[in-house]
Design a protein around this ligand. Sequence first.
Ligand SMILES: NC(=O)c1ccc[n+]([C@@H]2O[C@H](COP(=O)([O-])OP(=O)(O)OC[C@H]3O[C@@H](n4cnc5c(N)ncnc54)[C@H](O)[C@@H]3O)[C@@H](O)[C@H]2O)c1
Length: 316
Amino acid sequence: MKVLANDGISQSGIDALTAAGFEVNTTNVAQEQLINYINENDISVLLVRSATKARKDLIDACPNLKIIGRGGVGMDNIDVEYAREKGLKVINTPAASSSSVAELVFGHLYGGVRFLHDANRNMPLEGETKFKVLKKNYAKGSELRGKTIGIIGFGRIGREVAKIALGAGMKVIYNDAYIDEADVTVDFFDGQSVSFHFESQPMAEVLSESDFISLHVPAQKDYIIGAPEFDQMKEGAAIVNASRGGVVDEVALIAALESGKISFAGLDVFENEPTPAIKVLMNGRVSLSPHIGAATNEAQDRIGTELATQIISILK
Ligand SMILES: NC(=O)c1ccc[n+]([C@@H]2O[C@H](COP(=O)([O-])OP(=O)(O)OC[C@H]3O[C@@H](n4cnc5c(N)ncnc54)[C@H](O)[C@@H]3O)[C@@H](O)[C@H]2O)c1
């Protein structure tokens, strides 16, 4: 049987599928040629990431397709319900990138408390001529150890963030609209593990008690963090958003950064992707990354092997 991984798949995924007797094709077929290509090449499994779309027209026009697989979480580019009504299996890999996103959160946090985002902007410009000035500017760093992180959204990624925070000696509190309590187990390299029990706290408490706030909620209709929420935060708190653009009101964020209410923000996602607001990009108190939370080799490997495992169990 043939698998078309139209947006690519890791070598580990190709190897697992090939070993199970599948033929894996990684040609990137243009969207408008995809229906013909699938039918002419007798493709049974279409794998996509976020670029390729699998809409009703494709589902109707490709009767031999058995599985549509999304490497990653969001399936906005697939007409999932319609495909399932037509008897196709639709699969994804929601947990494969959770720890990658969580590590990126700590990249922003550890960088932020030592001003690395700003130092990396200014050292190339002034490091040679104003070294001592810069040294003084970035002298008042702080540590994460002993501080409180408030996690908003305690699902897969939120709990991975909690694990790293616990390992780093932080106090963890969370708010989740649907998960009232949760256990988190931190595993160590030598086989030891320690479990922690948490209960969701009201949003107002999480906002007012946290030194750092990290958001891990799905896309929402309204902002989760806007001007009223920034007002409730501690003076000098920091915020990281590696969930979805549109969860944080960027106008209110810039105001909170400019007033000093918030000391820094780490953003991996933006309201207006792929053309984020210049005011956000140019603010020296924002640590920036271009929506790369899931983009690690390890996550891509896990995505590939998880897709392969699911495909094999469905079709073999
Ligand atoms: N930056 C990246 O590259 C990247 C990569 C993967 C996922 N994500 C995003 O990260 C987010 C979290 O992913 P996940 O896998 O942890 O999802 P998840 O579904 O496992 O967890 C989300 C949690 O948010 C909670 N929640 C929903 N609405 C809420 C609200 N209004 N207030 C408080 N809690 C609320 C849910 O109950 C759930 O427990 C998603 O938006 C996803 O798109 C980003």
